[in-house]
Design a protein around this ligand. Structure first.
Ligand code: PAF
Length: 278
């Protein structure tokens, strides 16, 4: 497995790589959710690159950039064991060198939900993803459905700027009690960890109601919110959304597909999750 830190070496190596080339972009602190993406990408491509980069541009000034979990040696061991061919691990100055002054600004889609609570977040995500696609030129890029809005923004970005790779989205990986795997789960205390699956139960509640024939999006939101409000360790609910899967506009009525999503804070840990109504 090649571990490269410069864009120049990485582009050079990827140009010589067998095709199709898959890419799994990550911020490290790898868990089973990442490894599910890596395994799928390994099966579907002749060569596989993974990037590990905690992207400062997608963190707000009050967010957890400095505390974000990092364990490069462990991550590299895991990727080696999965048969990854190349890992790109740039320093921040390699991605944003002095003088860097060009940003990818996603549109309205990125102002909703996470974008409303974390201004600038998707500008950082879109810029780094566009850069990774340009540096690595993958044929396919793999993302997890857990970050549902990120998936919608990256699909839009890839189509609007003709970036090239096929965007492949893999289902959310969950613990047995339903909690979606996330690097941030590591910050939860035992009591908070025990309370956290209420987020998935709230999403499931909306799903069950929809399956029972309820099409009123307000009722679905209200039912999910009621469950969250019943858990004393949930300190804040940023949103409970029932939205169009492409534009993320809130719906009044759900005759067809929709994404139900939640962002809530347990102690200092902010968790997000979603389910698709088909
Ligand atoms: O989902 C993530 O880990 C990050 O947002 C991504 C896509 C690697 C961009 O930094």
């Amino acid at each position: 497995m090649l571990t490269l830190t410069t864009t120049h070496q990485t582009t050079h190596a990827c140009r010589q790589s067998p095709r199709p080339l898959g890419l799994v972009p990550t911020m490290g602190a790898l868990h089973e959710g990442h490894l599910a993406l890596v395994r799928r990408a390994r099966r579907e491509n002749a060569a596989l690159a993974v990037s590990i980069f905690v992207n400062p541009a997608q963190f707000g000034p009050q967010e957890d950039l400095a505390q974000y979990p990092r364990d490069l040696e462990r991550d590299l061991d895991l990727l080696r064991a999965e048969g990854v061919d190349l890992v790109f691990v740039p320093a921040p100055e390699e991605v944003y060198p002095p003088g860097f002054d060009t940003w990818v600004e996603p549109g309205e889609l990125a102002t909703r939900l996470e974008g409303a609570v974390r201004p600038g977040h998707f500008r950082g995500v879109a810029t780094v993803v566009a850069k990774l696609f340009n540096i690595i030129s993958p044929d396919r890029a793999y993302f997890g459905q857990k970050d549902g809005q990120q998936v919608a923004v990256i699909r839009r970005l890839t189509a609007d700027l003709n970036l090239g790779p096929e965007v492949v989205v893999a289902p959310t990986v969950r613990d047995a009690d339903g909690l979606a795997l996330s690097s941030r789960n590591a910050y939860l205390t035992a009591a908070q960890r025990a309370a956290a699956p209420v987020i998935y139960r709230a999403l499931r509640r909306a799903e069950e109601l929809r399956r029972a024939g309820v099409q009123d999006a307000g009722q679905l939101r209200q039912a999910a919110r009621a469950l969250l409000e019943g858990e004393p360790l949930i300190e804040a609910i940023d949103y409970v959304s029932v939205a169009d899967t492409d534009t993320l506009e809130e719906l009044d009525d759900v005759p067809g597909r929709a994404m139900v999503s939640v962002a809530a804070r347990i102690g200092r840990v902010r968790l997000i999750d979603n389910v698709m109504l088909e």
